[in-house]
Design a protein around this ligand. Structure first.
Ligand SMILES: *Cc1c(COP(=O)(O)O)cnc(C)c1O
Length: 368
């Protein structure tokens, strides 16, 4: 692997393909695969990753917001795109770019009907989102009859899918709660299928749902984190490989005598004569202020070096007193050999936050 010359997020498309194949191997052959590419494909690059996933055969995409879907369409992506969390004001744009909204409230449904009517089209594909216990977004189960009546009355909208989202699919201690969500979803989706005289896709599982609840895959699954090689479960049991590696470079190495301090607010005090290295990576790149002062580390030639003092906007300082290194050496923040889960855990967060937090300033580099 070639060395980086600045802070770089390396994205391994071969690993992405491997994760896709692995997740697919957990599904029945006729179960559809929706790839979640919201938030720049979990911090990587939604366009390169989206186009690659389209090429290797995903059936659907999901993004959180309309503007994310617009970007994919503008780059030439043709696969259906579900928008998980649209707002009234961008429904028109959604239609213009053939994006399929999730409907989660009657207000949004009515507004979409109006936009569809004004555009002179019919049977616009929509996805009905139900809240089965996460209590975040979606219709209530008691809305089903009203919704079915509303939808049956007009030919403006066509229900492409009915879906819900699990609250704790990764947590085996919440198995009972999850099984209850699965049962509620089964009953809601059956009502839709019985009432509408056309096929409707049902989907419920995210990555950990796919792995932990094979009986709940329904017609399609929605995988995000697993595609990128992570998850909130014992990954050792699975053959997922981190797709993204955050790497940087040693800018400067210097000695500081015992008693000297390092960084803003003199955050670090050298107890002993120390060797310090400075790395061009800071909170504006995605390594937040929860790191530093002994929290978190980076790796140089597989040797661990703690982040010392306060994280700056564009730099961190690390203690390399015991680490063999020189200016220009490569630094690994996370990647396959130092998973983001580990780096996330010491800062009381999860891989999802760390990988999606890598800012747009960081150069993306794609490898096969
Ligand atoms: C983000 C999201 C997913 C993907 O979940 P992962 O745990 O990353 O697989 C699936 N469904 C919905 C509704 C989401 O918001």
């Amino acid at each position: 692997m070639s060395k980086v010359s600045e802070t770089t997020l390396e994205i391994n498309l071969g690993a992405l393909k491997g994760n896709f194949d692995f997740l697919k191997s957990k599904l029945q052959s006729d179960t559809l695969f929706l790839a979640v590419v919201k938030a720049f494909a979990y911090g990587s690059d939604s366009i390169v990753v989206g186009k690659y996933l389209e090429k290797i055969g995903v059936d659907y995409f999901a993004v959180a917001y309309v503007k994310e879907g617009v970007k994919l369409r503008q780059s030439g992506v043709k696969t259906p795109i579900l928008v998980l969390h649209p707002q009234s004001d961008n429904l028109k744009l959604a239609i213009q770019y053939s994006l399929e909204p999730s409907l989660y409230s009657l207000k949004l449904l009515k507004e979409l009907e109006k936009v569809v009517f004004d555009s002179g089209i019919a049977n616009y594909p929509v996805h009905m989102k139900f809240n089965t216990g996460l209590n975040r977004l979606g219709f209530k189960l008691s809305d089903v009859d009203l919704l079915l009546n509303t939808l049956a009355e007009s030919s403006l909208l066509k229900v492409r899918s009915v879906f819900s989202h699990l609250a704790a699919s990764e947590d085996i201690n919440e198995k009972k709660f999850t099984e209850n969500q699965i049962a509620l979803f089964r009953s809601v989706s059956e009502k839709f299928i019985n009432r509408l005289n056309y096929p409707v896709i049902r989907h419920l599982c995210n990555t950990s749902g796919v792995l932990n609840y094979p009986e709940a895959h329904f017609d399609m699954v929605r995988c995000g984190i697993g595609l990128y090689g992570y998850g909130n479960f014992n990954k050792k049991a699975y053959e997922l490989k981190p797709v993204a590696s955050l790497k940087s470079i040693v800018s400067q190495v210097f000695n500081a005598a015992a008693g000297e301090t390092v960084g803003y607010n003199r955050g670090h005090v050298c107890r002993l004569d120390s060797k310090i290295a400075t790395i061009p990576l800071g909170h504006a790149d995605g390594v937040g202020r929860q790191y530093g002062n002994g929290v978190g580390a980076v790796y140089i030639n597989h040797q661990r070096a703690n982040i010392i003092g306060n994280v700056c906007m564009d730099m961190i300082m690390i203690d390399v007193t015991e680490v063999e290194c020189k200016e220009g050496d490569e630094v690994v923040v996370f990647g396959p050999s130092h998973p983001a889960e580990e780096a996330a855990e010491v800062a009381n967060t999860i891989s999802y936050e760390l990988i999606t937090g890598v800012s747009q300033r960081v150069t993306r580099k794609f490898i096969k």
